[in-house]
Design a binder for this molecule. Sequence first.
Ligand code: ATP
Ligand code: MG
Length: 180
Amino acid sequence: MYLKSIEIHGFKSFANRIKLDFHNGITGIVGPNGSGKSNVADAVRWVLGEQRARQLRGGSMQDVIFSGTELRKPLGFAYVSITLDNSDHALSIDFEEVTVSRRLYRSGESEYMINNSPCRLKDINELFYDTGIGKEGYSIIGQGQIDQILSSKPEDRRNLFDEAAGIVKFKLRKETAIKK
Ligand code: ATP
Ligand code: MG
């Protein structure tokens, strides 16, 4: 499984719709300070369901919507989609390619989709459990996160190992079963 492409429209500094295509292997994103490199990483975190505005370097979730410049009016929504190659069926969904998208309007209304079908955030979370992807996964390592892992509480560190071992979904199912 690998990230094939990202489409961004109205998210942070990306007022125009853009599509970035990636290939299997290493891709670097380079550019001057403030040109939007970290915004691309934020877009990936956001589409995977990040709910904490601070993790996206904002004060409120509406801060992810393009807020305008001197020459350009603000937009009314933010949209991000990522497409993953799933030909190895690492994601347990019967598609060779999986597209996950999220849209947020200024009103606060939001929607999530998997392969263009509306879904719940929960469905997105479940799709990525134990893959290392997902907003808590280790597939995105932010600045300072290594220190955080080393200095975190043993229980928090344990979550990282549970994810790598692929047992998160069983733990969550057990918790849900006990609650019922
Ligand atoms: P550096 O090399 O310094 O890390 P970078 O390429 O990672 O820079 P980013 O942090 O991705 O840059 O982009 C910052 C830019 O995004 C700033 O100019 C900021 O004004 C702009 N930006 C952030 N949120 C919004 C928004 N909602 N609307 C418009 N522009 C935004
Ligand atoms: Mg940056």
